[in-house]
Design a protein around this ligand. Structure first.
Ligand code: M6R
Length: 609
């Protein structure tokens, strides 16, 4: 996720671009850059790091010019650096492009362009766009963009300017947001409404593949083939604070709702569907040699550790390989045994968690090979691991992790399934079945979110319970751990998770009529066991919420409330079954008057022990 802006009008563009980028910094803060048409030439300035570093870089010069584009980056392809910052230009530096999204066929386009003599200055997928536009440029930048779009696969919001065509910006989107703000004597584009509100409240929302051509005094709209289209103007009523959160009350709720897209982004580029569907992890350098491992060891902290617990079950189920999972702060201080054929999977949203890095370094020293799953390109974990698989979740602002967790699960499944396929513990037909199930997940997540009112209502009735227990078996145990953590960190309710089979070994002593028990019931072969556990806590006065599948009547009559999720294979279900608990924790937090984005005593990234 990145932020893009563009301005054409009668004022100085540079301060307007920088100001608008400030409103988009939540979308990415690895680097920032601008390109301004100044006295007949394109002036490009960029800087690694937060926007303030770009501001410092341009503070000693005056870049005159009333048209330009800008970008704030959340790195996906290539580490954060000056060279990888946007805008990117063609070889001659006459065409400048800013991009938000992922060009999935960039490697193919790159080699094609290289065979035509283009040399690249960055590791980004975006740079190919600038060169392709130049390749198709015959004196009309709009036509060149239209031709280029025909060759791009993936998601994009783009803004393009050309030195020899002063006074117009070409903008287009597909699967990434872009809004056009209509001003008086000026027009402006941005990834998101907050960046526009200081200049105008009249906006056009671009649809997929629609092109906007912005001039100082008008905006033309075209379809993807270059034919004119009519657009309706909308008036924005929200205030700026609400707009930064996309209209949601909190970042956490926004991030919960971003999961369908984040999951689709994390999955899409790793699946090929020419002939039989298959998983492709070559981008991370994962080949058959990795599947010869003798053991998989997973380490992480907090929510990322819960993704690791799901990973243990998935690796054992799909790849029939011995798999251990441990909390990084435990792992680093016990005396673990290494085998040169061990593979380590280290999971961390930030890639900077102190204990997680220490565990990784220990394993490396012991001779193990490391696969990192992280959300942050260029993080310490990403730099030091042997292979890196990125979760393409975009920046996660709320302290409580939501979209980072479900995209971590998506990565874990992709690796575990590919392991199984390479080790021949699952055949091609089974693999295709699971890929189909993974592809259905984003749509199914949307359906759960559409029913969030049911969870909100249940939270309004139960938010003041003094204790909450989450129980489940196998994959549901892992989701119980994550659900209990979510509830405790933002609502401050005392909540614990346990494997349902442990109920009679201790936790049942605490159950009384002040207790909420959430029973996660998605492991079909164990429904009757869960039903007995539910009856045991009900008999002691607990209120019980069951999370199970649509169309499943097994728990009707026993539970006080049943929340249903779309059916999926038992192993894959955790990506879906955690969403009701995320929503429950959020609504309880709000009901209790807390700020779910900034829970007391917690920090987003734990970079010290
Ligand atoms: O950045 P990391 O994934 O390494 O962070 C690990 C934990 O601190 C983190 O998952 C924490 O538990 C979450 N904020 C919980 O929502």
């Amino acid at each position: 996720m990145c932020g893009i802006v563009g301005y054409v009008g009668d004022k100085e563009a540079t301060p307007i671009l920088v100001n608008a980028l400030k409103k988009l910094e939540y979308r990415g803060y690895d680097s920032a850059g601008i390109a301004v048409l100044s006295e007949g030439s394109l002036v490009v300035r960029k800087a690694k790091g937060a926007l303030k570093f770009l501001e410092q870089r341009i503070s000693t010069e005056i870049i005159r010019g009333s048209m330009g584009i800008g970008h704030t980056r959340w790195a996906t392809h290539g580490e954060p650096s000056d060279a990888n910052s946007h805008p990117h230009t063609d070889v001659a530096g006459k065409i400048a492009v800013v991009h938000n999204g992922i060009i999935e066929n960039h490697a193919k386009l790159k080699s094609w362009l290289a065979s035509h003599g283009v040399s690249f200055r960055s590791q980004t997928d975006t740079e190919v766009i600038a060169h392709l536009i130049d390749f198709h440029y015959n004196g009309d930048i709009v036509e060149a963009v239209v031709e280029t779009l025909k060759r791009l696969e993936g998601s994009y919001a783009l803004a393009v300017i050309c030195e020899s065509e002063p006074g117009r910006i070409v903008a287009v989107r597909k699967d990434s947001p872009l809004v056009v703000g209509a001003g008086t004597g000026e027009n402006i584009i941005a990834s998101d409404v907050p960046a526009l509100l200081e200049y105008t409240r009249d906006v056009y929302y671009l649809q997929d593949r629609e092109i906007a051509v912005l001039y100082r005094d008008r905006v033309d709209f075209l379809d993807g083939d270059g034919a004119p289209v009519e657009k309706e103007l909308s008036h924005v009523e929200w205030d700026v604070a609400a707009a930064e959160k996309g209209g949601y009350e909190h970042f956490m709720l926004k991030e919960i709702h971003e999961q369908p897209k984040a999951l689709a982004d994390t999955l899409r580029a790793r699946i090929r569907a020419n002939g039989a569907k298959s998983i492709h992890l070559e981008e991370i350098g994962f080949d058959a040699s990795w599947a010869e491992a003798g053991r998989v060891m997973i380490t992480a902290c907090g929510t990322a550790w819960h993704a690791g617990v799901v990973g243990k079950y998935a690796f054992e189920r799909f790849a029939r390989i011995p798999t251990d999972v441990d909390i990084a702060s435990e792992y680093r201080y016990r005396s673990p045994l290494f085998n040169p054929k061990d593979i380590f999977i280290i999971i961390s949203q930030s890639g900077e968690t102190a204990d997680t890095l220490a565990a990784m370094r220990m394993a490396k020293k012991g001779g193990a090979r490391i696969i990192a799953i992280t959300n942050v390109v260029g993080s310490t974990l990403a730099r030091e691991a042997d292979l890196v698989m990125y979760t393409w979740a975009g920046p996660e602002i709320a302290v409580a992790s939501t979209k980072a967790f479900t995209t971590q699960l998506m990565c874990v499944y992709l690796i575990a399934l590919q392991f199984g396929y390479l080790r021949k513990t699952i055949d091609g037909e089974t693999l295709t079945r699971y890929i189909d199930a993974l592809e259905a997940i984003p749509g199914q997540a949307e359906r759960i979110l559409a029913n969030k009112g049911d969870i909100q209502r249940f939270a309004s009735l139960s938010f003041n319970k003094t204790k909450a227990f989450f129980m489940g078996r196998l994959f549901d145990f892992a989701i119980s751990l994550e659900s209990a953590l979510k509830l405790k960190e933002i609502s401050y309710t005392h909540s614990e998770a346990f494997a349902a089979g442990e109920l009679k070994h201790g936790p049942i002593a605490l159950v009384d009529d002040a207790t909420l028990v959430v029973a996660v019931c998605t492991q079909r072969a164990l429904f009757d066991k869960m039903d007995s556990n539910i009856k045991e806590v009900k008999a002691r006065g607990a209120t019980v919420l069951v999370i199970t599948y649509e169309g499943e009547s097994f728990f009707d009559g026993t539970a006080d409330e049943v929340f249903r999720i779309p059916p999926a294979p038992d192993e894959i279900t955790p990506i879906l079954s955690v969403i009701p608990s995320q929503l429950y924790a959020y609504y309880c937090s709000v009901q209790r008057g807390n700020d779910p984005d900034k829970p007391r005593n917690l920090a987003k990234s734990v970079t010290v022990e």
